[in-house]
Ligand binder design. Structure first.
Ligand code: PLP
Length: 430
């Protein structure tokens, strides 16, 4: 079959929810991909910030093959070998206590939202027992709940409901399922699917006052990306993140950090929040967590783990299966053996210098933002999609973010010469 055959067949049978670039990839080696026509591409997208270890990592591939020959799936009704290893390594890297494995980032968000609501529900029940519940305080305790989304939550009698409101950020991205979409601050994605989950209010990222303005006595959690990814590569300001953490502590609101894209070494630490000295109560991970094997996770602090989800509250057939967990476990081992975090830290200044030089040189490249190997360059007056297409023609895979940002999320194993080569191919595409 020719590449055109693959493309035609895909469009014939696969639901058209993506406008794909006209490239059919066949294999990968290191930081290069090869298409079915034998053309090579330097990959600065890593399958959307997934393939951190590069392609064809023999130790990773061997670990997967070995697990395939042993056991792929058993369900969560039983224990298995790779699950506790993967969970222990993830808990240790994050500093959080308990892990629930999912099959994607979106599902990790769903679980995180449920854990937050369950925590608030149990807190309210404790108050009922103690005779101080909102229900007994009566209507006076209920502030004018004016949630951004009209939904089921609004139908719950306020006097009987625990704190269920969530504060999310404009221009955020947390996924496409109904729960995750409800906290995704992008009206364009939400429009056709309303009513979404109720009880969600939106604030502006990096604007602490706007977050404070959305807090009510029914707020249970604030959810945000430590570095906004899809929205255009915006790192949180340190003062903002510290302010949100302090606000959460003051009001006993849970802080959910979505590190699906910016976690797992991408910014030079296991999780980006560690560079801010901030611990979330709940955190999500996915993308590079399995380096290509579909797996995500949400993690809970001891406080939340002890007072939220219990048997019967949440589940998934595939989640935490031996195959996915063998991948996660090996990813952690290889990150340590190959000193990936140190490598990202060491090479970040060089990547930033090279990107800054581009911004300096081209007047339509107006700003660089980012942390570690998660960088964006803002483009003005030219369509980003055209640059991405041209780069593909020139053998460079690069992605966009937001409406006008070139996104650089390479495998974490790139070297200096890969950065130089990227700049060469990108310049030829400008
Ligand atoms: C990609 C992404 C998600 C969704 O993850 P999926 O694996 O695509 O479901 C959620 N949050 C952030 C920050 C992401 O970048």
């Amino acid at each position: 079959m020719t590449s055109k055959d693959y493309m035609d067949l895909t469009e014939q049978y696969v639901l058209h929810t993506y406008n794909r670039f006209p490239v059919v990839f066949e294999k990968g080696e290191g930081v290069y991909l090869t298409d079915v026509d034998g053309k090579e591409y330097l990959d600065f997208g890593a399958g959307i910030a997934v393939f951190a270890l590069g392609y064809g990592n023999q130790a990773y591939n061997d670990a997967l093959k070995a697990q395939v020959d042993k056991l792929i799936h058993t369900s969560n009704l039983f224990y298995n070998e790779p699950l506790p290893e993967a969970a222990r390594k993830l808990a240790k890297a994050s500093g959080l206590s308990k892990v629930f494995f999912t099959n994607s980032g979106t599902e990790a968000i769903e679980g995180a939202l449920k854990a937050a609501r369950k925590y608030a529900y149990r807190k309210e029940q404790e108050k009922v027992k103690a005779g101080t519940a909102r229900a007994q305080r009566g209507a006076a305790a209920v502030s004018a709940g004016n949630a951004a989304n009209d939904g089921a939550g609004e139908n719950v009698s306020a006097a009987e409901s625990p704190a269920y409101e969530l504060i999310a950020m404009n221009h955020s991205f947390h996924g496409r399922s109904v729960g995750a979409l409800s906290v995704t601050g992008n009206p364009h994605y939400q429009e056709a699917f309303k009513p979404l989950m109720g009880g969600v209010r939106f604030a502006d990222f990096n604007d602490l006052e706007s977050v404070k303005a959305q807090v009510t006595d029914r707020t249970c959690a604030i959810i945000l990306e430590t570095v906004q990814g899809e929205g255009g590569i915006y790192p949180a300001d340190p003062a903002f993140l510290k302010g949100v953490r302090a606000l959460c502590d003051e009001k006993d609101i849970l802080l959910i950090l979505d590190e699906v894209q910016c976690g797992m070494g991408r910014t030079g630490s296991w999780f980006a929040c560690q560079q801010y000295g901030i611990m979330p109560d709940i955190m999500t991970s996915a993308k590079a967590l399995g380096c290509g094997v579909p797996v995500g996770a949400f993690l809970l602090s001891e406080k939340v783990a002890n007072a939220s989800l219990v048997p019967g509250d949440h589940g998934t057939t595939y989640g935490g299966n031996p195959f996915a967990c063998a991948a996660v476990s090996k990813v952690f081992d290889l990150f340590e053996e190959q000193h990936i975090l140190e490598h990202v830290q060491a090479l970040t200044p060089y990547l930033e210098q090279q990107l800054d030089a581009l911004v300096e040189k081209y007047d339509f490249l107006t700003a660089r933002r980012g942390m570690g190997f998660m960088q964006g360059i803002e483009v003005e007056g030219r369509p980003v999609g055209a640059i991405v297409s041209k780069a593909l023609e020139n053998g460079l895979v690069i992605m966009s973010a937001g409406s006008n940002v070139l996104r650089f999320v390479p495998p974490l194993v790139i070297e200096k010469e890969d950065i130089d080569e990227m700049v060469k191919r990108l310049e030829a595409s400008l």
